[in-house]
Design a binder for this molecule. Structure first.
Ligand SMILES: [Zn+2]
Length: 308
């Protein structure tokens, strides 16, 4: 049976897995990203022992350039226009290497392993930033440059904050973990929570669960912004189901419920009423499974290809 190497490149950790075409995860390892990510990558691939795999799939923090196989992850400053595909091809010679964004792989992994009958799935990663990925009619839609699904940079507040991307009022400026924490602190939140009171999204979620008003307000505000972006995307792409993952999604119903409530209030067109929203079922391995799915059925090449 076809066996692939899946690699998940993130700002805090790299993961690798050997996965069969039937979805069996044969082995899995991970390493902290560290300050020398190229060395981490080499050590990771060597340790997982990719001998005998038929293909490699990589999901990576972006932005990326699929044509050139390069990445410049915002939160891995050591890598700028880093030739990720070529580097992995040297480590695992003689097999094809496919590359996509981490949120795109999260969406593809959830679709492949848990929701294969969904025609139009949107995966959303709510974490340090906000990413997104589309699986339409059973295929990842990556876009001509490979960057489709950048849901975090949909404008939801035209008079809002300037986003690091240069635009104004992106959903990421309201609903990412750090944005929620910044807003709550600016409105008088004193972190307490059950995790030692660190001013982070985890403590904010714990405080929201305990009923701290400003913490709840931060989640409600984020949920309203996310609902705007989700409805925009759903109206454009006729989405059936939204799957929410990423570190902030560990908040569970604290995040999902207010999004659901906001969606229920705001949908306009009848076809938007069927939009379902749920949390990831694969958790932190969703991206790894998606990278495997990408290797098993690579998306079309980028520039010049028709949108399928
Ligand atoms: Zn932005």
């Amino acid at each position: 049976m076809t066996t692939v190497l899946a690699i998940d490149i993130g700002a805090t950790k790299f993961a690798a897995g050997i996965i069969r075409a039937d979805g069996t995860l044969l082995r899995r390892i991970e390493r902290p990203t560290g300050n020398r990510p190229t060395d981490t990558l080499t050590e990771l691939v060597t340790a997982i022992d990719p001998n005998g795999v038929d293909a490699v799939g990589i999901g990576t923090a972006g932005p990326l350039d699929r044509d050139r196989g390069t990445v410049s992850p915002v939160n891995i400053p050591y890598w700028r226009t880093f030739p990720l595909t070529a580097t992995v091809a040297e480590l695992v010679p003689g097999v094809p290497v496919a590359l996509a964004g981490d949120a795109q792989c999260m969406a593809l992994g959830e679709w492949w392993r848990t929701r294969p009958t969904v025609r139009a799935l949107l995966g959303v990663v709510v974490s340090t930033g906000i990413g997104g990925g589309l699986v339409l009619d059973g295929r990842p839609y990556l876009g001509p440059t490979g960057n489709a699904g950048h849901l975090g940079h949909i404008t939801v507040a035209p008079d809002g904050e300037t986003c690091p991307c240069g635009a104004t009022g992106c959903v990421e400026t309201i609903a990412s973990g750090p944005s929620m924490v910044r807003w709550a602190l600016g409105h008088g939140w004193t972190p307490a929570g059950e995790h030692g009171g660190a001013p982070d999204a985890r403590t904010l979620a714990a405080d929201a669960r305990r009923g701290v008003p400003i913490a709840r307000a931060a989640f409600t505000r984020a949920a309203e912004a996310l609902a705007d972006a989700l409805l925009t995307t759903a109206a454009l792409c006729d989405i059936d189901e939204v799957v929410v993952g990423g570190g902030v999604s560990a908040a569970g119903s604290t995040l999902i419920r207010p999004i659901h409530q906001a969606l229920s209030r705001r949908h306009g067109m009848p076809f938007l009423r069927r939009l379902r929203i749920s949390a990831t079922r694969l958790g932190r391995d969703a991206g790894l499974y998606g990278a495997a799915a990408l290797a098993l059925a690579p998306a079309p090449a980028t520039t010049g290809e028709p949108c399928t």
